[in-house]
Design a protein around this ligand. Structure first.
Ligand SMILES: [Fe+2]
Length: 276
């Protein structure tokens, strides 16, 4: 196994491991530690069918199923297809702004994993922002505004933010929920801003307008080049990130650029499941 840092502060490339094959406990633990320590891990040159992708993810924790049922594949609920190819069940054609996955659920997803099957020549990149690094470098004035404060996260905090709006049934089932906006990683004990500009509705007792201003300020700080890793997709890449310390976005791409990724993920075990 060879490792290469992808930025000065976080994200690591791990080569020389075949994720489609069973691995011994020591190898798995080494991968899990490297991934958590760096927040994002990139495994190039992988060849995985759905069973292998899910089997790898399942070693980290209970498998993730997206709260918004209308996004799920009819084939297998643990594997979402992000595809603009002809015949895709639900075509993914838009960019997607900064967010952390499923913050609007009571027990949000821990790790998300993407596997690249068709890579666009241009655009459609996945960008990552290090929210632990962002917290560590927060100016005092900003840190004191969020330390010890809870925020409300919503699947649709403001109209028009979602590519696939919730159905009425989903809206009735997926309720807003509150989490600390500074989150302590359950394994690393490292603090991170629990930032999800797409999902955050209000922070503490601020009005929605004041909250949006603070969200924008935190986002500008967290997305400075020092906290960023930009992933340009190559076929065979497996990229996984830790939602307790990383947020991400998808950049725009032309409809003429074919793009097909598969997504799966996993939860924390129950004793670590609720952000704190
Ligand atoms: Fe996401």
């Amino acid at each position: 196994m060879q490792t290469t840092p992808l930025t000065d502060g976080f994200a690591i490339k791990i080569e020389g491991v075949d994720l489609s094959r069973p691995m011994d406990a020591a190898t798995f633990e080494a991968i899990k530690s490297l991934w958590m320590e760096h927040g994002v891990a990139v495994f190039p040159d992988q060849v995985l069918d759905d069973d292998a992708l899910v089997a790898f993810a399942a070693q980290f924790g209970p498998l993730f199923v997206h709260a918004q049922s209308s996004l799920l594949s009819s084939k297998r609920k643990e594997v979402m297809e992000l595809s603009n190819l002809e015949g895709a069940e639900r075509r993914t054609v838009h960019d997607l702004d900064w967010h952390t996955d499923q913050t609007y659920t009571p027990q949000p997803v821990f790790g998300t994993m993407l596997y690249g099957l068709v890579a666009p020549r241009e655009g459609g990149e996945t960008h990552f922002a290090d929210l632990a690094g962002a917290y560590a470098s927060l100016p005092d004035a900003l840190r004191t505004r969020i330390d010890g404060v809870k925020a409300v996260y919503s699947a649709e905090p403001r109209p028009t933010v979602r590519e696939t709006p919730l159905t009425d049934a989903e809206r009735a089932r997926i309720l807003d929920c509150a989490h600390p906006i500074v989150r302590t990683h359950p394994y690393l004990k490292r603090k991170a801003v629990y930032l999800s500009p797409l999902h955050l509705k209000t922070i503490g007792d601020l009005s929605e307008e004041e909250s949006v201003a603070l969200i924008n300020e935190l986002t500008a700080h967290a997305t400075q080049p020092a906290h960023l890793y930009r992933h340009k997709w190559t076929v065979g890449d497996v990229v996984m990130w830790d939602n307790a310390q990383i947020m991400h976005r998808r950049t725009p791409f032309s409809p003429d650029e074919p793009r097909h990724l598969k997504r799966t993920g996993f939860y924390f075990p129950d004793e670590h499941a609720v952000p704190f």
